[in-house]
Design a protein around this ligand. Structure first.
Ligand code: ATP
Length: 436
């Protein structure tokens, strides 16, 4: 039987008041429709732990889609509905999102069949989840607002810091849970409970991870690499023997660990100075992880996991970054425009990887100066100005503008007038032809 407990205090202390009132409204909307609504999963776990988390997941006993539409209407937002999965996302005018699902249960009519999905009670919905700490719910209906639903001992495991599955076949049914167990264990500095760990090792020995699609493995790997510090989880994966199912080609050796350990610092450094560089930390980790492989193995991995075009390009082009780093360290005399020629095409992830490959502080400073300059530098002269100087429109315009950009980078010109003078000089030297 589930124990019940009052979380009203926690809701009012640990959630912004705006979210609290959203939850209250959700309860009223459900009540009016004759449904029960619960907040579930990660946000409940993190609320109890005191970890900020505003990803609201709601489960409805009744018709989730009807509820989602009513809630959207009540809040002036929209409901994006997925009929097939009986789920919806309510999007508020400011973009805030609330996930809604109908309480459901999945069972297998015969082995290897597709699961049959049925509408069900909250209890069954919680039972199909991965670990006890993720099975808690908080009721939102007015009469029971704030009541903690904890059928499977989640709160106790949370207090004791244990990751525990709900039933023995859990890892057999879904081996991605092994990766998820490691992720939660390392994120919260918990421990995988002894029997759960035994069942995980058992599933690994039986090579069940080999049955997963690459897509699902990649999804979980990305979740791990997006953790604030993914290293402990990677280490644990290596130690438990699941890494070889993820990327058997890659040996996580001590040199790779050293570089991996520096990633958070580099990302922090970049974020502090160039907020707009826009980079995905998981891609940076992958660049480091793949760095020692031969090109053919990287191509094979990229193919196997079907990364999207953008990431594929970054991973393949990333092969050239260590070489660039060597050049930058060896040729101290590179001008800013020389640097631009080498670094222009690099993504934010490549820049992070480049910094990781650079050993000397002076080299860091040079790249930093380049990034700073690049943010500020702008060519003041435009096509009309070039026309006024008597230059005929054509590809030469592009060339001149790009040379002016370089001249700006190298500090040869600063103002509009200086740029005009420089172009005139180029014309008089015959470097570019005017219309005459
Ligand atoms: P995070 O803080 O990483 O977002 P989360 O608990 O919200 O953690 P999600 O990956 O968003 O994690 O999953 C949402 C919920 O769905 C989880 O609380 C979990 O109970 C359930 N879930 C996700 N994947 C599985 C799975 N493979 N098997 C069982 N339950 C799962």
């Amino acid at each position: 039987a589930g124990s019940s407990d009052d979380c009203r205090e926690i809701l009012s202390h640990r959630l912004p008041s705006r979210i609290q009132s959203l939850l209250e409204i959700a309860g009223v909307v459900a009540e009016d429709l004759g449904f029960m609504v619960y907040m579930v999963g990660g946000i409940v776990r993190d609320l109890l732990l005191g970890v900020p988390n505003y990803d609201i997941d709601l489960v409805v006993e009744g018709e989730g889609l009807v509820f989602a539409r009513a809630l959207a209407q009540r809040l002036g937002g929209r409901a994006r509905v997925h009929e097939r999965f009986q789920t919806a996302v309510v999007v508020l005018p400011d973009g805030f999102k609330i996930d809604v699902a109908t309480a459901r249960t999945e069972y297998y009519e015969f082995p290897a069949a597709l699961p049959v999905v049925h509408r069900s009670s909250i209890r069954e919905d919680l039972y199909r989840r991965d670990f006890t700490i993720n099975t808690m719910a908080i009721c939102l209906n007015p009469g029971r607002f704030g009541e903690l639903i904890d059928y499977f001992g989640g709160r106790k495991d949370l207090k004791e810091g244990l990751i525990r599955i709900l039933y023995n076949l859990s890892f057999v049914e879904d081996p991605t849970r092994i990766l998820r167990a490691i992720r939660f264990e390392q994120r919260y500095k918990f421990q995988i409970e002894a029997e759960t760990l035994r069942l995980a090792r058992d599933a690994i020995d039986r090579r069940l991870l080999g049955k997963l699609s690459h897509k699902r493995i990649l999804h979980e790997l990305i979740l791990i690499l997006e953790e604030k510090d993914p290293l402990p989880a990677l280490r644990r994966m290596d130690e438990i023997g699941v890494w070889e199912y993820v990327m058997p080609e890659v040996r996580l050796d001590s040199e790779t660990w050293i570089m991996l350990r520096r990633v958070p610092r580099v990302l922090g450094w970049l974020a502090e100075r160039w907020l707009n560089i826009g980079l995905r930390s998981w891609v940076v980790y992958l660049l480091v992880i793949l760095q020692k492989l031969p090109d053919s193995a990287v191509e094979e991995i990229v193919h196997r996991y079907r990364f999207d075009r953008d990431v594929t390009e970054i991973l393949l082009m990333g092969r050239e970054v260590p070489g660039l780093a060597v050049e930058i360290e060896e040729i101290q005399s590179l001008s800013m425009s020389d640097l631009n020629k080498k670094l222009r095409k690099l993504s934010g992830e490549h820049i992070a990887f480049l910094l990781l490959c650079l050993n000397r502080p002076e080299s860091w400073e040079r790249v930093a100066r380049y990034l700073e300059l690049k943010q500020d530098v702008r060519v003041k002269v435009n096509g009309y100005d070039l026309k006024a100087l008597g230059l005929r429109e054509g590809p030469v315009y592009q060339k001149i503008l790009s040379d002016l950009y370089d001249a700006n980078l190298d500090g040869l010109v600063k103002t509009y007038d200086e740029e005009i003078e420089l172009v005139k000089k180029w014309i008089s030297e015959g470097r570019v032809k005017d219309d005459g």
